[in-house]
Design a protein around this ligand. Sequence first.
Ligand SMILES: Cc1ncc(C[n+]2csc(CCOP(=O)(O)OP(=O)(O)O)c2C)c(N)n1
Ligand SMILES: [Mg+2]
Length: 419
Amino acid sequence: MKKELTRQQYLDLYYYMRLNRAVEDTMVKLFRQNKIVGGLYSSLGQEAISVGTAYALEKKDWLAPMIRNIGALLVKGVPPRDVFMQHMAKYDSPTKGKDGTSHFGDLEKLHIVSPISMLGDLIPVMTGVAMAGRYLGQNIVTMTWIGDGGSSTGVFHEGLNFAATQKAPFVLILENNLWAYSTPVKRQVPLENLADRAKAYGISSYIVDGNDVVAVYSTAREAVERARAGEGPILIEAKSFRRLGHAQHDPAEYVPKEMRAYWEGRDPIALYEKFLMGERLLDTKGKKDVDEKIETLLAAEREFAENSPMPPPEFAETGVYCTGDECHKIRPKWERPISEVTPPKSSVKPVWTVEGFGSGKSAASTAIHFGDTKAALETETSDTDATTKTNGSKRAAKSPAKNSAKAGAASRATRKVKR
Ligand SMILES: Cc1ncc(C[n+]2csc(CCOP(=O)(O)OP(=O)(O)O)c2C)c(N)n1
Ligand SMILES: [Mg+2]
């Protein structure tokens, strides 16, 4: 671990990792007491990923957690009582008892989009949030997480391609914990590094040790800054290990004992404590203070959660059907005049300029136009034709392989027309 943060930042990372683990330990106890109504997932051994990445975001930024990202929620400002009550389906929980796991968000204050269970679906959603922020001039970055298994879904690829094409200010954290349910990553992806998936979409990626919180934070910070500066989406593969089963029901006997032992020896909190002590950023007293702070906080939060009532039975039908009141109040928030963003008054010509199309033969084929834009198209046409040729030859010099592939495609297309 390299030393490069402020003292407060080092201690914040420590506090949030400890809090993350303690909140989950408390929930295991609640689960054993039959007070948790749904499934209970664990991020044991992966706390450095949730905490280090979320800590790299600013207050105005948006995130969407998955099942192993309670740490990210805590960093964003969600009180532990909300996490407890949500899992206990209590009436005071963010979803008022309508969900028994972690499907809740906070669109108003904390900028959290609720998890979506269908793995990968948050990628296009958070791309959309990033694009909306750009449209509104907010200069925000959005972030979500996906597992090694989730990175094989269709929507992962569609979503990342969409984000790349739109140059969305979006950072995707791929938590490679080596298992997806009982499937080892080697049996489901023929890649050593899942970060290589970024190459297919022409975007940047990083690989980071997911058990080193300082490395995770520094990498995420750099990625967030680059995305905010307009470089487009960035993928970070954080390598770690799922120390428990998929959820509480799964004893994970399929995991080799030696493998578990290896990763237990790389516990992110133990590693970080050693680093902090070595750098004299933490001592036994400081550690004891954190123990007490967390213990006091969680005792109060747990008590509040346990005392919260279950929802009344009649509440079951509230919010299920549209009554024409609440749901119809939702309106789009146009913060720029509509005329500014729609043709014909828009300062942007309603004509796509396509550079480096390749054939350079037909100018019309280099522009895709829409609406009644004949005049604009005519002006655009000659410019575009020139650009196409220049760029085409520049590219030919730089990248012969790419160009010959294009030429091949072009001649195949020509052959097709002739027939
Ligand atoms: C599209 C989709 N397919 C299958 C599932 C069922 N499912 C939930 S979690 C999970 C395993 C996910 O593994 P991984 O992405 O590696 O995440 P991890 O559990 O290791 O954090 C599966 C298959 C789902 N929720 N969504
Ligand atoms: Mg996994």
